[in-house]
Write a protein that binds this ligand. Structure first.
Ligand SMILES: *[C@@H]1O[C@H](CO)[C@@H](O)[C@H](O)[C@H]1NC(C)=O
Ligand SMILES: *[C@@H]1O[C@H](CO)[C@@H](O)[C@H](O)[C@H]1NC(C)=O
Ligand SMILES: *[C@@H]1O[C@H](CO)[C@@H](O)[C@H](O)[C@H]1NC(C)=O
Ligand SMILES: *[C@@H]1O[C@H](CO)[C@@H](O)[C@H](O)[C@H]1NC(C)=O
Ligand SMILES: *[C@@H]1O[C@H](CO)[C@@H](O)[C@H](O)[C@H]1NC(C)=O
Ligand SMILES: *[C@@H]1O[C@H](CO)[C@@H](O)[C@H](O)[C@H]1NC(C)=O
Ligand SMILES: CC(=O)N[C@H]1CO[C@H](CO)[C@@H](O)[C@@H]1O
Length: 326
């Protein structure tokens, strides 16, 4: 069985309680009430966390970044979970197509596979064993059974999620069993060029973060960007959040640590942010890229805390720098 990045609450509580020195430092920026927000810090396994903790704890008694993670899990959070900047941009590969999506599994640790959906429409995805075989173009073709639309797909916990072209349906394609499930979304724009994100010809955008998987779409009633929180056990919508932000002002968007980040229509800057757990806007902006050329895809992975981009035909990574990282 593959391990997941989720850390049992018991372990978190235990580790937080073990450190009397860390807590006062952390209580300052925290919000005492409200829904719990979680954020993983890089690829995390239980044993890694434990080892990391023990080493730091026993050697110096200094609170470390991993403690913020524990406290966010157990106590809720404040501004420390907001993105401050994007750092360390890297080109991974030059692609042949302007449009496309590249993905790693955003939930399963130790799964180094990469999936690539070329163009904004099609029904196959390429699977690569690792970054090395991706750069070496050695892939296997997977038939996702229906045509996808846009560049908003995700691979999460062993399934490929995508918008079924021409319908108001979201697909979950199990990459192992090859079973397909669908979920119909009410009052969503899904055809006739009324895109959620015009630049990438995307109606539905899947966004994974530390809380699970979200679906972004535009309301057919008033063009607002809506966010549906998905329950993956039953493959249903848990709740809908109305950001009131118009799709016409959005280039692309992703979710990190419970906050939706939306770029301007040139995809140059993040100009709007919305706290999905508190249901209100957040005052934060930062640069993404120089304008010009097509940004086909922009997604966050909670597993490695990177942004995945498909930018002017280059597949790229950025590291995400949160306020708490200072
Ligand atoms: C990625 O490649 C593009 C095109 O060659 C280049 O302009 C850019 O500077 C590269 N970016 C990085 C971070 O290497
Ligand atoms: C690239 O793929 C070829 C065969 O497809 C293989 O012989 C070669 O070792 C691979 N190179 C790397 C760096 O993986
Ligand atoms: C992944 O799916 C398995 C069942 O297939 C489930 O037990 C597990 O909780 C899921 N993990 C995440 C992170 O959703
Ligand atoms: C498609 O959009 C056009 C203009 O944007 C509108 O005139 C037309 O009625 C729409 N068609 C459907 C089927 O919604
Ligand atoms: C979203 O909220 C705005 C402002 O409260 C409201 O006017 C609009 O009808 C809402 N849209 C949906 C789809 O709930
Ligand atoms: C948003 O933040 C900026 C700079 O941090 C500040 O100048 C501005 O007044 C803030 N706006 C609101 C509405 O709080
Ligand atoms: C102060 C200290 O020892 N920090 C270490 C905590 O553990 C991380 C991850 O192993 C190290 O990178 C730090 O140097």
């Amino acid at each position: 069985m593959k391990s997941s990045w989720r850390v049992p609450r018991v372990l978190l509580v235990l580790l937080v309680l073990q450190d009397p020195l860390g807590l006062p430092d952390l209580l300052v920026p925290l919000v005492p009430s409200g829904p719990t927000r979680t954020r993983a810090r890089g690829p995390i396994s239980q044993s890694m966390l434990a080892r990391h903790w023990v080493r730091n704890y026993s050697s110096t008694f200094q609170p470390t970044c991993s403690l913020h993670y524990f406290s966010a899990q157990t106590l809720g959070t404040g501004r420390e979970c907001i993105i401050k900047s994007l750092i360390n941009p890297r080109n991974i590969s030059k692609m042949e197509t302007t449009f496309g999506t590249w993905m790693k599994d955003t939930a399963v640790l130790n799964d180094e596979r990469i999936w690539v959906a070329e163009h904004f429409s099609g029904r196959t995805v390429k699977e690569y064993k690792s970054i090395a075989s991706f750069q070496n173009a050695t892939s296997e073709i997977i038939d996702g059974r229906k045509f996808f639309q846009g560049c908003g797909h995700a691979v999460h916990n062993g399934s490929f999620y995508y918008h079924i072209a021409g319908t108001a349906n979201l697909a979950r394609f199990d990459l192992h069993s090859r079973r397909l499930h669908t979920l119909s979304i009410d009052n969503a724009l899904y055809h006739n060029l009324s895109y959620l994100f015009h630049n990438s010809k995307t109606y539905f955008k899947l966004a994974a973060d530390e809380n699970g998987l979200w679906l972004l779409f535009a309301s057919s009633l008033d063009d607002s960007i809506m966010v549906a929180q998905l329950d993956l056990k039953s493959f249903s919508v848990t709740s809908y959040i109305n950001t009131t932000y118009p799709r016409t002002k959005a280039g692309n968007a992703f979710v990190a640590c419970g906050v939706l980040y939306v770029t301007d229509t040139k995809d140059a800057r993040v100009t709007f942010a919305f706290d999905l757990l508190k249901g209100k806007p957040v005052n934060v902006t930062f640069d993404l890229r120089s304008s010009g050329g097509v940004l086909a895809m922009l997604s966050y992975s909670p597993k490695d805390r990177h942004l995945y981009l498909w930018d002017r035909s280059y597949v790229k990574l950025y590291a995400v720098h949160f306020i708490s990282d200072d």
